[in-house]
Design a binder for this molecule. Structure first.
Ligand code: C2E
Ligand code: CA
Ligand code: CA
Ligand code: CA
Length: 279
């Protein structure tokens, strides 16, 4: 059968091997990325719709690979989840994000908040609680300044452990948002059941908001739903003034996207905060 498959078959076989070899190599590099200080954070501003000022920032992890350059998080977070490396990486991100936010507080911006992404695997592990507690105590950051972003699909894993984890996190005083809302094909009942503070409208709905009637209807429905349960909304992936106008009209509370700023380093966030203070 192999012979009759000819070149097509061999080619397919070879690319599969190349892909898995690359994966193994990447995995072993990732194992050392934390200790070799190859990871760093960028922060994307979150803007208050009413005041137009930065009130928070989302921490986004970056990997500066010695040979490959910047490896995008979509690629190595999945790998980290599958290999368990997410435990160390996630703890590092939490520590670093809290430390940076505390820095903004010390610089005089004591209302600044930070949000940190929590992966599905991380969320499923009780030691997340310890990692959050450590990050808060090491940085001396007030818990209410930290928001954890949990994807809709992670919340759907196991209702009982999800409820327990959310309750424990809430008891520590941190806030919770549902990330990528609308992409999870989920029953909406968890919104009522779980203690969630904020709903992040996925950028796939925001992208064509002004040209696609259906996307506009979905966004409107999400905001109405959130408000009926006294949760607030962040629209992500906001790129144009038209999107901002429409979202304002629908009373979306917070915006995040290239229109207001790409992910940037911690100093740049501080500059932006200084600039809005003197206005
Ligand atoms: P996410 O949590 O949905 O983060 C938002 C992504 O959208 C970021 O991509 C951000 O750079 C991008 N983005 C922001 N504004 C715009 C916009 O106006 N237009 C468009 N087209 N995109 C925009 P990024 O940084 O590549 O991160 C991708 C994903 O990787 C994140 O999606 C998140 O799921 C994951 N990730 C990033 N950092 C971490 C982390 O520290 N821990 C975990 N568990 N996951 C992370
Ligand atoms: Ca996020
Ligand atoms: Ca998102
Ligand atoms: Ca996403």
């Amino acid at each position: 059968a192999k012979k009759r498959g000819g070149n097509g078959f061999l080619f397919y076989d070879r690319t599969m091997n190349a892909a898995s070899t690359e994966r193994v190599a990447l995995e072993s590099d990732l194992r050392h990325a934390v200790e070799r200080s190859e990871l760093f954070l960028e922060f994307q501003p979150v803007i208050d719709a009413q005041s137009g000022t930065i009130v928070s920032a989302e921490a986004l992890v970056r990997w500066n690979h010695p040979r490959l350059g910047r490896v995008p998080p979509d690629r190595f977070i999945t790998l980290a989840d599958e290999t368990g490396l997410i435990v160390d990486i996630g703890a590092w991100v939490l520590n670093e994000a809290c430390r940076c936010c505390r820095g903004w507080h010390v610089a005089g911006f004591s209302d600044m908040k930070v949000s940190v992404n929590v992966s599905a695997v991380q969320f499923g592990q009780p030691r997340l609680l310890e990692a959050v507690r450590d990050a808060l105590s090491h940085s001396n950051l007030p818990p209410k300044a930290l928001m954890l972003e949990i994807t809709e699909s992670s919340l759907m894993q196991d209702a009982e452990s999800t409820a327990g984890m959310l309750r424990a996190l809430r008891n520590m005083g941190v806030r919770i948002s549902v990330d990528d809302f609308g992409t999870g094909y989920s029953s909406l009942s968890y919104l009522k059941r779980f203690p969630l503070d904020v709903i992040k409208i996925d950028k796939s709905f925001v992208r064509d908001l002004c040209v696609d009637e259906e996307d506009a209807a979905i966004v409107r429905a999400i905001i109405a739903l959130a408000h009926s349960m006294r949760r607030s909304t962040i629209a992500e992936g906001v790129e144009t003034a038209e999107q901002v106008e429409l979202l304002k009209r629908e009373n979306c509370e917070f915006f995040q996207g290239y229109y207001f700023g790409r992910p940037m380093n911690i100093e740049r966030i501080l500059e932006r905060l200084e600039a809005q203070k003197v206005q």
